[in-house]
Design a protein around this ligand. Sequence first.
Ligand code: SF4
Length: 410
Amino acid sequence: MNGATGAAVGLAYTDARGRIYFDETRAPLADGGFERPPRREELIPAPPGTVSTMLPGRMPLLAGGGTASRRTALAALLPAGYTRLLLPAYRSGPDAPPLPLFGYTFACVVDDELHVAAMRTDESEDWTPRYFGEGELEALLRARQADDPRNRTLAQLAICSRDYGCFTAQNVFLERGEAALPVSPRCNAACVGCISELEPDAGLPSPQTRVAFEADAGDLARIAIRHLERVPDGIVSFGQGCEGEPLLRVTTIERTIAAIRAERANGTINLNTNGSLPKSLARLIDAGLQAVRISLNSFRKDVYAAYYRPTGYDLDDVLESVALAVERGLRVSLNYLTHPGVTDDAAEVAAFERFLSAHPVTLVQTRTLNIDPERYFARVGRPTEPLGMREALARIEHLGIPLGNFTHTH
Ligand code: SF4
């Protein structure tokens, strides 16, 4: 029984070389913490920008039991603006290599068309894929750096723009939207899926290289002031993917905010953070911080600690930071790292309903957590009562809190 049209849900898989095939005679299982068939309302045609990927050494699971042997499991990677509802279900062979940090999403065939288990959660066009003409980006980077040749942070942002395709770094050169201000090489957490620094036992490299230097307040301020001169409703954001935890550099950020506001009154000064140090956050709010995005994978202490592996703080400090920012009237977004079977476990839903009803934030960004699902479940455990991601997200909206995927200025 199918998702979208009543037609059968069929198996989408690859061969060992990654070529994609459809078999509408076989019904696949999905993984929502428990392995089960996908439900009607969980499937949509694969949106533009979806990337299909093979899961090497892994065989897809079938409804009715067993695996599709000699076939390789397939997953979809969703474009920005969508939230994943189900994981692919598979059995890993003994030689299955670790999976890199991506948001593996259940995919299947319906009416000869690829479908995915996802829902649209943000309409912002500012994050659609970008294509630069031959040498176009390089020319932009060179011209901007020529205006400020000694700025180490600008040089870092050129690397992030070119090598990682980072949108907020490119925005500095494109003079649009949200601009990146990376500030800290150190972190007080050791996330299992950190994109800038992974442990050797992860068995794979981190997608980005952590910044190696402590940014200078003058360098940061010059970038921010120029951005707000050119982008009236622009956002300048401390705390980026290529760095550690910005709250560990509170004094530098305080000085940078003072320098920005001495020159510019427009735009939004935002901080992306793990929220670990509420006292430092309070200092930045006093200094003029206007918006904050606090990341967490769970409202349960043990699940949080199992993923973030914090040093010198715990989930209570993070939630204290959220409550403080709400109380002080900031624009507060949560960067909620979602994962089917964890985010929608009844215990998790009860925990976030309890907290968010007492401290209603401005926006919950439902970020698809990029990690090998087996590695994550091994760390945080499988659920006891998964309610389904659609239900979990509806429970957030039921509290009057909008969902999204990006930081908005209004
Ligand atoms: S808080 Fe950020 S920088 Fe620190 S370990 Fe986690 S993902 Fe990495």
